[in-house]
Design a protein around this ligand. Structure first.
Ligand SMILES: [Zn+2]
Length: 187
């Protein structure tokens, strides 16, 4: 049976808008990279893939809470084997940069995936390694019934990270894909 990967493009217009900086809109960046990742996964017979958003203007839920609940319920009902939520970071300090991946608990299977994804982001896009971090409070990590990663791919507020997110969406998607493939090559 194919391994089921749920690709959650973080945020959605209106109900759950994300961060904005350097001319980038978080929900558009996560949508674009998520769709490329889903396409890469769909070419590999080992995987089955579902995305939380089907079109860039799809509105999920009526507010942030219902938007998150919809994604989690969809992944739990499927049920997915792995949940990957894509986000971009934001900080008042424009010098902060890098990728970080959140998991519900360390150590865990999710943590192993997270390290492989983070290593691939460093390898493919030369992102700064900003660590795998435990966070039991994020809704999508707390309520999913399968291993889950929340990937902060880079800082919209950092000029270099923003430039990479704008110019290299295929490379970010490839890094995420490689992390997932490498995790399952040993399963
Ligand atoms: Zn976000």
């Amino acid at each position: 049976m194919p391994i089921r990967i749920y690709v959650d493009q973080g945020h959605s217009p209106v109900s759950n808008p994300g961060a904005r900086a350097n001319g980038l809109i978080e929900e558009n960046v996560t949508f674009e990279i998520g769709m490329i990742l889903a396409e890469l996964l769909s070419y590999n017979p080992k995987f089955e893939v579902m995305t939380s958003r089907k079109t860039i203007d799809e509105i999920i839920g009526t507010d942030a809470n219902s938007s998150l609940a919809y994604r989690v319920n969809q992944a739990n009902d499927w049920p997915a084997d792995l949940f990957v939520s894509l986000h971009c970071n934001y900080n008042e300090n424009p010098l902060l940069n890098g990728s970080e991946v959140y998991v519900y608990r360390i150590p865990s299977d999710a943590e192993e995936v997270a390290h492989l994804i983070l290593d691939a982001l460093v390898e493919v896009v030369n992102m700064k390694d900003d660590l795998v971090r435990e966070n039991p409070y994020f809704y999508v990590l707390r309520n999913t019934t399968m291993p889950a990663n929340l990937v902060e791919m880079g800082y919209l507020t950092n000029a270099m990270d923003a430039e990479k997110l704008r110019m290299l969406p295929y490379c970010f998607a490839l890094a995420l894909y490689l992390g997932i493939v490498r995790y399952y090559q040993y399963q």
